[in-house]
Design a protein around this ligand. Structure first.
Ligand code: XMP
Length: 511
């Protein structure tokens, strides 16, 4: 275990991810943690993250000097580097000069931390204060034009630090710096592999569940699929999954759940085909928010009915939920297992259907969830599925949702996805909604005849987290192929347009 102490910038999660990429398990803890609490977690190493404060600012988070006398190796990054220097008697000065963005550093002495790095390095900086003098016992390893002490190390105590951000991709050889710290200074072992993650989770789930029965809801997405597959691996027949088919998924997705997922896992699956129910409830509705509310309501009702049936032949105590680590950190519950027992009404299930949650993905980042999915042998199309909204194609039909319109959109969407895959761009593009403007018609010509059909909008976007996004610059030849195929193969569509709006101001979905 490596603990990343969060000093309040957005970098702690990134550091934890990079440590995991080096196959070392890491968790984020708040900076309010005491040296004693930290020691009680028995970490192999500690990393102090960057943060927005100046070490001299009033109320700036402090580092307890007791942290450095325990024999646990510590790496300070940016603010953590300065805080370490200040705590150990070094000199941190307000230089009045800010270094921001790509900055060249000169590597003077490599120590263990910078071993294998070239003499000149381009790194990502973001700081105002700077370390003017390293504390006693530390050797200075690197400097920039404005910052004479940009990296230091005390080999005797296993302490090291860098002013720059090795965790961001703009920092050359950043991963190498982190790995030097982990493997050469802290001597941790890279044993956080998908196979070990599966083994540990299986043991933890068995212990939590005992011989009780467990329910899960599959959505077709990667998180619920991997969570269910892990629980299945752990407790087999004690698990029943419910798949509410609302009829709003894309081509082939329901089959992926009902056929491929079941074949890969052997899970006991109960399919609730609720297409008619959802389409009846959506009849005549065009307003986006009303659509969303109807779908949410019908989903809960359908799931509840299915859950009652499962519970009817013997009680069910647990419900699987695909919560990921970033959600846990962002909701302030970074302390790992602490909240696992909370009772939870999934989106408003009635009180008499109350379950204890099992959240087997609670410590995992998204890329780890995918690696575990591959380890468990899930269908690649599921493991690598791009994000897809719960309300499905209903919010990609601008206008009323009908069976015919769904068919039409499914056909156009399948073509766009197929061509994107064929061009090898699946993992470059975050999401690729295809939107049917069902209430709009335009005049076209095909063969000798006039057409009066509907436009579809292509909305490929790139993003890190869906909070902001940019429109993807897809190659023109690819756009051409998609456009030609859609207008040829889907007769009701006579026009294909491209959405070139970033988010903000546009959202990713049209509704
Ligand atoms: P917007 O359109 O707000 O979408 O830019 C941001 C991300 O969220 C997805 N999305 C949803 N996901 N239920 C979901 O599970 C929803 O109701 C929902 N609405 C939007 C969207 O696909 C994008 O990834």
């Amino acid at each position: 275990l490596v603990l990343v102490v969060d000093y309040g910038a957005q970098y702690a999660q990134l550091i934890a991810r990079r440590v995991r990429e080096a196959r070392v398990y890491s968790e984020i803890v708040p900076h309010t943690i005491t040296a004693e609490e930290l020691r009680a977690r028995n970490p192999k190493a500690v990393i102090l993250s960057g943060g927005p404060s100046s070490v001299y600012a009033e109320g700036a988070p402090q580092v307890d000097p007791a942290l450095f006398g325990t024999g646990t190796p510590v790496l300070g990054i940016c603010y953590g580097f300065q805080a370490m220097a200040a705590a150990l008697g070094g000199d941190v000065a307000r230089t009045g000069r800010r270094e921001y963005g790509r900055t060249p550093v000169r590597v003077a002495g490599t120590g263990a931390l910078l071993a294998g790095l070239p003499e000149e390095l381009s790194v990502w900086m973001s700081h105002g204060d700077a370390v003017a003098a390293a504390p006693g016992g530390f050797g200075v390893l690197a400097g920039t034009a404005d910052t004479p002490v940009a990296a230091f190390e005390d080999p005797a105590r296993g302490l090291a630090g860098v002013q720059w951000h090795p965790e961001v991709h703009h920092s050359q050889l950043g991963q190498r710096v982190l790995e030097n710290f982990l493997f050469d200074i802290a001597k941790v072992r890279p044993d956080w592999t998908p196979a070990n993650i599966v083994e540990d989770s299986v043991a933890a789930i068995r212990e939590q569940v005992g011989d009780a029965r467990v329910l899960c809801a599959l959505s077709g997405g990667v998180d619920s699929a991997v969570a269910a597959a892990l629980v299945q691996r752990a407790i087999g027949d004690q698990l029943t999954c419910v798949f509410v088919d609302h009829g709003l998924l894309r081509a082939g997705e329901a089959e992926q759940v009902e056929r491929d997922f079941v074949a890969a896992t052997g899970v006991d699956l109960k399919v609730s085909d609720a297409t008619d129910r959802f389409l009846d409830a959506l009849a005549g509705v065009s307003d986006p928010e009303t659509k969303r509310k109807i779908i949410g309501r019908e989903f809960i009702r359908t799931f509840e009915a299915a859950a009652r049936e499962v519970a009817a032949d013997g009680g069910v105590d647990f419900l699987v939920q695909g919560t990921l680590y970033p959600d846990v950190v962002e909701s302030g519950g970074g302390e790992g297992a602490a909240n696992i027992k909370s009772h939870h009404n999934v989106g408003g299930l009635p009180d008499d259907l109350e379950f204890t949650l099992i959240e087997p993905l609670r410590t995992l980042f998204k890329d780890e969830v995918r690696a575990v999915g591959e380890e468990l042998g899930l269908p690649p199309a599921m493991v690598w599925r791009q994000p897809f909204p719960g309300p499905g194609l209903a919010i990609r039909i601008v206008g009323e949702v009908t069976r015919d319109r769904l068919e039409l959109l499914r056909a156009a969407d399948a073509i766009a996805r197929e061509e994107l895959t064929r061009a090898g761009l699946d993992r470059e593009v975050w999401q690729f909604p295809v939107v049917l403007l069902a209430d709009v018609r335009s005049v076209g010509v095909q063969g000798d005849g006039r057409t009066y059909g509907h436009p579809v909008v292509l909305r490929p976007v790139s993003s890190e987290d869906a909070m902001t996004a940019d429109w993807s610059r897809l190659p023109h030849e690819l756009l051409e192929r998609i456009s030609t195929r859609i207008t040829n193969e889907v007769p009701e569509v006579n026009r294909v347009v491209l959405d070139v709006t970033s988010k903000p101001p546009g959202t990713i979905e049209w509704e």
